[in-house]
Design a protein. Structure first.
Length: 350
């Protein structure tokens, strides 16, 4: 990853750390936001696991960051808040400390203490703000509608991806684990798919070692039902291929049992795909009846009923495509999120 020159580092106003090598929701947020914000403010990333085209300051350079100006250190993890405090107080770097919280749960004592050291705190949903014991600004995530968009020829895209161009295809993207409700969607498939031979489901996402038994049990159920060729686990895909699979779908499913924010419904809707989701995370604020449905969390029968309603009404599926795209472009474009964050940066730097 090419690093910034000394002159570019001197001009940098905001540092967006990413202290995790593997792809995660937080990493994805940094990757998407930084190029958009870089149009309006001097911002750079630091840490591993980031694409080579982002402006980047090495962690080593951070400890010798010029003291020519104040800069914002925008953390999104505990480890990043800790590093910000070390850089500011032990190495005397001129950093204004900021933290974004997506968690909808009570924080542990260490996290609470770290949050109290921040000069600005952002929550990604009103629910997340409710768990903070300090004032917070709610800034909901948006998506890049230039990256996530419908395609003109979905049949050709499906052929290119090795998918059935004539099928009704449902998708569920994210790590394969119980938290994501993958088993709930498999249970719905076991009930719905035998009588609907043109319906298929694809999952994308990594299966970690601790969840291999969970995945193996799901595969055994699907194999016993004769559905293993119609409910497919594609594994972890390159990012550009994940976007193309969104574009190939008829319906996206987000059955998570709990979620911090949850970007996948927005990404799907930006690609013109309606969404059925559990009532967790920010989903209730993102999904309207004309572009999808919400069901209680951890409720397989309710999920099954909602999916049945959508896949048995093909006219509704088709008409929701344009509505879903328009909904995201109007209300949840990433430019709005970037503008709100930049306004906070400016206040901290004033």
């Amino acid at each position: 990853m090419p690093e910034l020159t000394s002159a570019q580092i001197t001009a940098t106003e905001v540092i967006a750390p990413n202290l995790k090598k593997r792809l995660s929701g937080v990493t994805t947020t940094v990757v998407r936001l930084v190029p958009v914000m870089a149009r309006e403010i001097g911002i750079a990333t630091t840490g591993p696991g980031l694409p080579p085209d982002l402006p980047h300051v090495s962690l080593g350079q951070m400890f010798a960051l010029p003291r020519n100006r104040w800069r914002v250190w925008h953390a999104r993890r505990n480890t990043e808040m800790v590093l910000g405090l070390i850089l500011r107080h032990l190495f005397r770097r001129k950093l204004r400390l900021m933290f974004t919280s997506a968690a909808q749960r009570h924080h542990k004592s260490l996290t609470k203490w770290l949050i109290r050291q921040q000069e600005a705190v952002v929550a990604t949903t009103p629910q997340a703000a409710g768990y903070l014991e300090v004032p917070a600004t709610v800034v909901m995530h948006g998506v890049d509608t230039e990256i996530f968009h419908p395609v003109a020829d979905r049949a050709a895209l499906r052929r290119d991806l090795g998918l059935d161009e004539h099928a009704v295809i449902l998708g569920c993207f994210g790590r394969v684990r119980a938290q994501k409700g993958v088993d709930l969607l498999v249970a719905a498939a076991l009930e719905l798919l035998p009588a609907r031979p043109d319906v298929q489901i694809i999952f994308t996402g990594r299966v970690t070692e601790e969840h291999r038994g969970f995945h193996a049990d799901l595969m055994a159920q699907l194999t016993a039902a004769g559905l293993a060729d119609r409910v497919r686990f594609l594994g972890e895909l390159p990012w550009e291929d994940v976007v193309r699979h969104y574009q190939a779908l008829d319906l996206f499913v987000a059955p998570a049992r709990w979620e911090g924010f949850g970007l996948t419904p927005l990404e799907a809707m930006a690609c013109g795909v309606p969404v059925v989701a559990a009532r967790v995370g920010a989903f209730e604020a993102l999904i309207r009846p004309e572009v999808g449905a919400l069901v209680p969390a951890d409720d397989a029968p309710a999920l099954t009923d909602a999916l049945r309603d959508w896949i048995d009404d093909r006219a509704r599926l088709a008409s929701a495509r344009a509505l879903a795209r328009d909904h995201v472009a109007t209300n949840h474009a990433i430019e709005g999120e970037a503008a709100q964050l930049i306004a906070i940066y400016r206040q901290l730097l004033a």
